[in-house]
Design a protein around this ligand. Structure first.
Ligand SMILES: C[S@@+](CC[C@H](N)C(=O)[O-])C[C@H]1O[C@@H](n2cnc3c(N)ncnc32)[C@H](O)[C@@H]1O
Length: 211
């Protein structure tokens, strides 16, 4: 329809970013670093959403799968610190995990965040207890397996969040990764109060309720 704007219009996306406050602390320098080295990070919009979701749910036990150099981890950690919570984040690449630890130190989050080096598929079963919020952002082929591993580890009313829930549109085109993400989305929507928001590359958010 003429005159109706598209949510994916570049000008709208630019506007939404332009009204965001500058990311706090060292995050802008990590945004620059990630851009320079081509490291995929969630960026300031999804980072701030993660921050708000931790605050809104007052999540005190937070798990992240896929740390990279700790950009999203800092957003989660800043919110967790406010609610006296803690973040555990898992990264398979030892050099990235070391860099993430250095970034946690620079962000004054040593006491709030623990970065574990290892394959999340092996590490998750060894973690103790349940989590109030789990954020998934690593290899897309693993997403269905992460659903199976993470769902039982969520507390009641716990949030499950997954980035790249549209995987550049490949959830429709049926590549191996696209199929895995689509499978994850249906597992989540089939068992939790949940949705996929078409923001950036898609973000899936579900709550483990009583059903
Ligand atoms: C998209 S990046 C994470 C970005 C980060 N969440 C952020 O926004 O700042 C995905 C990361 O997951 C890591 N990864 C891939 N497979 C993994 C696995 N099986 N276990 C743990 N980490 C893994 C990769 O090495 C990569 O650093």
């Amino acid at each position: 329809m003429p005159g109706i704007w598209s949510m994916h219009d570049e000008r709208i996306i630019e506007y939404v970013h332009s009204i965001l406050p500058r990311s706090p602390g060292i995050l802008p320098s990590i945004e620059d670093e990630a851009r320079r080295r081509n490291i995929p990070i969630v960026g300031p919009l999804i980072g701030r959403l993660l921050f708000l979701l931790v605050l809104a749910t007052r999540a005190r036990r937070v798990l992240e799968i896929g740390t990279a150099i700790g950009y999203s981890t800092i957003w989660l950690g800043l919110a967790a610190r406010r609610v006296k919570g803690r973040v555990t984040s898992i990264e398979i690449d030892p050099a990235r995990a070391d860099e993430a630890r250095a970034n946690m130190h620079a962000a004054n989050l040593d006491d709030t965040v623990e970065v574990i080096t290892g394959d999340a598929l092996d590490v998750i079963p060894r973690l103790n207890g349940r989590f109030n919020l789990i954020f998934i952002d690593d290899s897309k082929e693993n997403y269905p397996r992460y659903f199976e591993l993470c769902y039982p580890r969520l507390s009641k009313n716990g949030l499950l969040i997954a980035d790249n829930a549209l995987w550049h549109g490949e959830v429709l085109s049926g590549s191996a990764e696209g199929k895995a993400v689509a499978r994850f989305n249906s597992m989540m929507i089939g068992s939790m109060d949940s949705l996929v928001l078409p923001v950036r590359d898609g973000i899936a958010i579900g709550i483990k309720g009583g059903r």
